[in-house]
Design a protein around this ligand. Structure first.
Ligand code: ADP
Ligand code: MG
Length: 445
């Protein structure tokens, strides 16, 4: 192979990925990668940090095999260099540590929500890397970072994780962590006390603003504008903003202006942890509480509580209380009894079109009614096709009957959806992972 052919391989890969993934994702993760050299044996790439390297390998190893030389084990022959930090010629300044009260006023971070206590798995690795990237270089990587996902999956945990890390590693930076409701209350108080200017000055002087649960800005038009102005002022000064939400920006009922701003940076999804990750979380939480759990018990809990980490914690708390008061060992029988209330109805074993629609709606963050509806909006249409694909794959019934469960669709629509998703899964690793996750959740449900 000629050198330029090899180079073309990398360029073709870039074009391929550009067409496949969201613009923000490409700009944030792929575009910063530089081609250093290529031989028949190896392609050398320069990446700004280890997260970009991990992101590339985690998400595109399979596809890269088509474009770059391979090692004897079949893996893409890639080598990485991390961009050297720019050295300043000025002598290092001796920083006076900023007094706590000056920079971290009212910084109420949950002491347990640190990166070290966040267990990673396939469903949250991407968003954890992004959060860590932002904490390592606030304002310099993805801005804003928008984290969305279902309830109890660790969004606030990561948000506060960023806060802790920045507080400890960038001592000069002025940080503020706030829920959207508290932000609104701040504005109301400021209006009442005629101190709006002071409040604005405070927010606009921050280096890092962590905003939790932005969905509460919906239907609060009067406050949207103030939020947006604060947001723009900070972003234009390269000050870091991190936002969490239960839905992606496009599904929030907010003005186009606000939605567009939220999509400026990186939108990262926090998924439902798979079985292994749930087991790891349970073990970690139990250890912290000095609760001895056998692997069998940890698996049992993880199999029965599957879509909310907060509920897993609830289970551990109950078990701790039980052990303390009864002074008894934890067998599967006792665990089953203690958890019975929590796991209210024992999960249904039979997979139905209904359970598929529910699971897909949850994983893809769309409404159940959307999956039965006609909307052509991209996220909804893909989710609907995925649900149809899974229904055709899993349920033994006539295609016409399955299709009619999707708000009266025809069997040819179902077949078309199945074909489309089958094709997309060949090249779209992200989609494939999402579908596998829904399948796993259905199997254990
Ligand atoms: P959300 O903000 O998404 O509703 P939280 O961040 O409040 O969820 O998380 C709920 C609970 O679950 C918290 O106590 C958090 O520490 C825990 N948790 C969630 N995800 C993880 C994880 N991956 N590893 C460890 N703990 C987690
Ligand atoms: Mg939260």
């Amino acid at each position: 192979m000629l050198d330029c052919e090899l180079k073309n391989g990398w360029l073709q890969f870039l074009e391929f990925v550009k067409a496949k993934c969201a613009r923000a994702e490409f700009d944030n993760w792929i575009d910063p990668i530089q081609l250093v050299s290529c031989t028949e044996q190896e392609v050398v790439l320069e990446v700004p940090n280890i997260f970009v390297q991990e992101y590339l390998l985690d998400n595109y190893s399979g596809i890269l095999r088509e474009f770059v030389p391979l090692r004897s084990n079949g893996e893409p022959a890639l080598a990485f260099q991390i961009t050297a930090p720019v050295k300043s010629s000025a002598p290092p300044k001796v920083e006076k540590p900023a007094p706590e009260s000056e920079n971290h006023t009212d910084l109420r971070l949950n002491p347990l929500y640190r990166f070290e206590h966040f267990i990673e798995g396939p469903s949250n690795q991407f968003v954890k890397s992004a959060a860590f990237g932002v904490a390592a270089k606030p304002g310099k990587t993805y801005n804003p970072l928008f984290i969305h996902g279902g309830v109890g999956l660790g969004k606030t945990h990561l948000l506060h994780g960023i806060g802790h890390y920045v507080r400890e590693n960038h001592k000069k930076l002025k940080i503020h962590a706030i829920t959207t409701e508290a932000f609104i209350n701040d504005i109301i108080d400021a209006l009442r006390n005629k101190s709006l200017d002071r409040m604005k000055r405070f927010y606009r002087s921050l280096d890092l603003l962590l905003v939790d649960d932005i969905q509460f800005l919906q239907n609060r038009q009067n406050f949207e504008e103030e939020f947006c102005n604060t947001f723009e002022t900070l972003i234009h000064q390269n000050k870091q903003i991190v936002i969490t939400s239960d839905k992606p920006p496009s599904q929030l009922k907010l003005s186009e202006r606000v939605v567009a701003r939220m999509e400026w940076g990186l939108v990262a999804h926090m998924g439902v942890p798979d079985l292994e990750t749930r087991v790891a979380i349970i073990k970690h939480k139990a250890e912290n509480k000095n609760l001895c759990l056998t692997s069998q018990v940890a698996f049992f809990i993880a199999e029965h509580i599957y879509n909310n980490v907060r509920q897993l914690e609830g289970a551990i708390n109950r078990l701790c209380a039980y052990v303390r008061f009864q002074n008894a060992d934890l067998t599967i029988d006792t665990v089953e009894r203690v958890l019975n209330e929590l796991v209210q109805s024992l999960p249904q074993k039979k997979i139905t079109v209904e359970s598929i629609i529910q699971s897909v709606a949850q994983a893809f963050e769309v409404r159940v009614s959307d999956l039965r509806g006609e909307s052509r909006q991209k996220e909804i249409a893909v989710a609907r096709q995925v649900a149809m694909y899974l229904a055709k794959e899993t349920i033994e019934d006539s295609l016409a009957k399955i299709a009619s469960s999707f708000g009266g669709k025809t069997h040819s629509t179902l077949l078309h959806a199945w074909k489309k998703i089958t094709e997309r899964m060949q090249s779209d690793e992200m989609l494939k992972k999402q579908i596998q996750m829904v399948q796993r959740n259905l199997e254990i449900a």
